[in-house]
Design a protein. Structure first.
Length: 340
C-alpha cells in the first residue's frame, strides 16, 4: 500500500507552530509508515524541528508565506493564495498527500476544503463528524458546525457517511442511526427533521428514529444526525460540562485522599481514565465528511498530543478505505425526487 502521507497546517491553532511541529514529529516516530508534510513558514517550522528533543520520523516542509488567523473570515482561506491552509488543501487535491489535518479557524478549513478538495459526487454540503464518549463506547455526531443551513438531503447524506465512518473506523458492525429532535415521537419537530426522518425510514440505514439530547451520552445510538447549529451547541455544552465535572472530581479526589492517603492512587487512576475518555486531545480531530479526500479538523486549543493523535487518526482513516465505501453507499442510496 505504501506510506501514508498527511499534510498538516503547521500554522493553525493557538499553540502553532510549536505544538503542530512537535505533534507531527511524535506521530511520525510512532508510525513508521506515516509521512507528515508540514505546511507553513519554513524558517519557523525548521527552528522548531531543530529544537525538538524526541525521536524524529519522516517529516518534510512545504513553504507557505501566509496564515489565516482565528479572527479572519473563512473566505480568507481561499483569498490568501499562499496561506498554509490553502496550500495544504491544494496538496490534497493534486494527490500529493492522502489527507490534511488542520487546527485553528474551522470556517477557513471548511471553505478551503470545499472549494479546493471538492465534494463527493452527489454531496451538497460537508459535515463535521465528532466522536463523543458514551456509556456504551463511542458515538459519531454529524454535523458539529460546518453547515447551519441544512436541507433534508444534507442530513440524509450525513447519516450515510457517518454510518460508514462508524463501521469502518470505529468498528461498529451495523451502526444505529438516530435523528436529533425535540421529542422521540414520530412526527415531532420542524419540517426539516420530519422530511429527513422520512428519507431515513426509506433507506437501508439502521435507523432507530428520533432521539433527544438526553439520549446522546447514555449511548442510545452509534450515529447522531443533526444540523450544524444544533450539533455545535451539543458539542460545546459537552466540552463545558466535562471541564466542570473534571474540576469537581479533582476536588473530591483531593479531599478523600487527604483523609485517607492509601486511596489516593486508586482514585487518581479513576480520574485519569475519566480524563482520557472526555479529553478532546485523546480523540485527535473530527473528519469533514463529504469531501473527495480526507480533511481532519482539530480543536483550536490543540497541544502537541492532540496533533499527534489527529495525525495518527488521519492515517487510520486513510488505510480503512472508508471513502470508497462512502462513495458506494451514496451512489446506491440516492433518493429520487429530492433536491439539495
Amino acid at each position: 500500500m505504501g506510506p501514508t502521507r498527511i499534510a498538516l497546517d503547521a500554522m493553525g491553532g493557538d499553540a502553532a507552530p510549536r505544538a503542530t511541529v512537535h505533534g507531527a514529529l511524535d506521530a511520525s516516530s510512532r508510525d513508521s509508515d506515516l509521512e507528515v508534510v508540514l505546511v507553513g513558514d519554513r524558517a519557523r517550522i525548521e527552528a522548531e524541528i531543530a529544537g525538538y528533543a524526541g525521536q524524529r520520523g519522516q517529516v518534510s516542509v512545504f513553504h507557505a508565506s501566509e496564515v489565516v488567523e482565528n479572527e479572519d473570515a473563512p473566505t480568507d482561506a481561499v483569498r490568501k493564495p499562499d496561506s498554509s491552509i490553502r496550500r495544504g488543501a491544494e496538496l490534497v487535491a493534486k494527490g500529493e498527500v492522502h489527507g490534511l489535518v488542520a487546527a485553528g479557524n474551522t470556517g477557513a478549513a471548511v471553505a478551503a476544503s470545499t472549494v479546493i478538495v471538492r465534494l463527493l459526487p452527489g454531496v451538497k454540503r460537508p459535515g463535521i463528524a465528532v466522536t463523543l464518549p458514551t456509556a456504551r463506547g463511542k458515538a459519531i455526531l454529524c454535523d458539529a458546525g460546518a453547515n447551519i443551513h441544512c436541507k433534508p438531503l444534507h442530513l440524509y447524506h450525513y447519516g450515510i457517511m457517518a454510518a460508514q465512518y462508524a463501521r469502518h473506523v470505529l468498528g461498529k458492525d451495523r451502526p444505529t442511526v438516530g435523528l436529533m429532535n425535540i421529542g422521540s415521537e414520530e412526527g415531532k419537530g420542524t419540517e426539516l427533521v420530519r422530511e429527513t426522518a422520512a428519507l431515513f425510514q426509506g433507506s437501508n440505514l439502521n435507523f432507530i428514529g428520533n432521539i433527544e439530547g438526553n439520549d446522546v451520552f447514555p449511548g442510545r445510538c452509534d450515529v447522531i444526525v443533526c444540523e450544524g447549529f444544533v450539533g455545535n451547541v451539543v458539542l460545546k455544552t459537552a466540552e463545558g460540562l466535562s471541564e466542570m465535572v473534571e474540576a469537581k472530581l479533582k476536588s473530591l479526589v483531593a479531599t478523600v485522599a487527604s483523609g485517607d492517603p492509601s486511596r489516593a492512587g486508586q482514585l487518581g487512576e479513576l480520574l485519569k481514565k475519566f480524563q482520557g475518555d472526555m479529553d478532546y486531545a485523546e480523540h485527535g480531530g473530527a473528519p469533514l465528511l463529504g469531501l473527495n479526500a480526507l480533511v481532519l479538523i482539530s480543536h483550536g486549543r490543540s497541544d502537541a498530543r492532540a496533533i499527534r493523535n489527529a495525525l495518527l487518526q488521519a492515517a487510520r482513516f486513510h488505510r480503512s478505505g472508508v471513502l470508497t465505501q462512502m462513495r458506494h453507499e451514496l451512489s446506491a442510496s440516492m433518493p429520487k425526487g429530492v433536491s439539495g
